[in-house]
Design a protein around this ligand. Structure first.
Ligand SMILES: [Zn+2]
Ligand SMILES: [Zn+2]
Length: 102
């Protein structure tokens, strides 16, 4: 059984990511940035705010994550993020109401 935490929006997501990991996951310094492990550009809208795909980092390690494409992150953390995303992306969604077009 898998439990996933999905936030409603960006600010809730940030709050949840920092609540799980108040300090930088890599060095323990105060975390100031929340990073999408699998980048937002690779996610569908419903997978954007999966808390398991977020990691709290200091500025230096956030920059390093992007520079190395996450090579500095622990493998287990990468796997957990990918598993959570695959899980969400495989759930069929039914549309009960018609979306409004602006
Ligand atoms: Zn750090
Ligand atoms: Zn980032």
């Amino acid at each position: 059984m898998i439990t996933l935490n999905i936030a409603k929006n960006a600010s809730e997501w940030r709050r949840e990511v920092f609540a799980d990991e108040p300090s930088c996951a890599l060095c323990g310094e105060r975390a100031t940035e929340s990073h999408h492990i699998v980048y937002r550009s690779h996610l569908s809208p419903r997978a954007l705010w999966i808390v398991e795909n977020g990691i709290a980092l200091c500025k230096k390690h956030h920059d390093e994550c992007h520079a190395t494409h996450n090579a500095i992150l622990p493998k287990a953390r990468l796997r957990a993020a990918v598993d959570a995303i695959n899980c969400v992306e495989s759930i069929p969604v039914k549309h009960f109401t018609k979306g409004r077009t602006a």
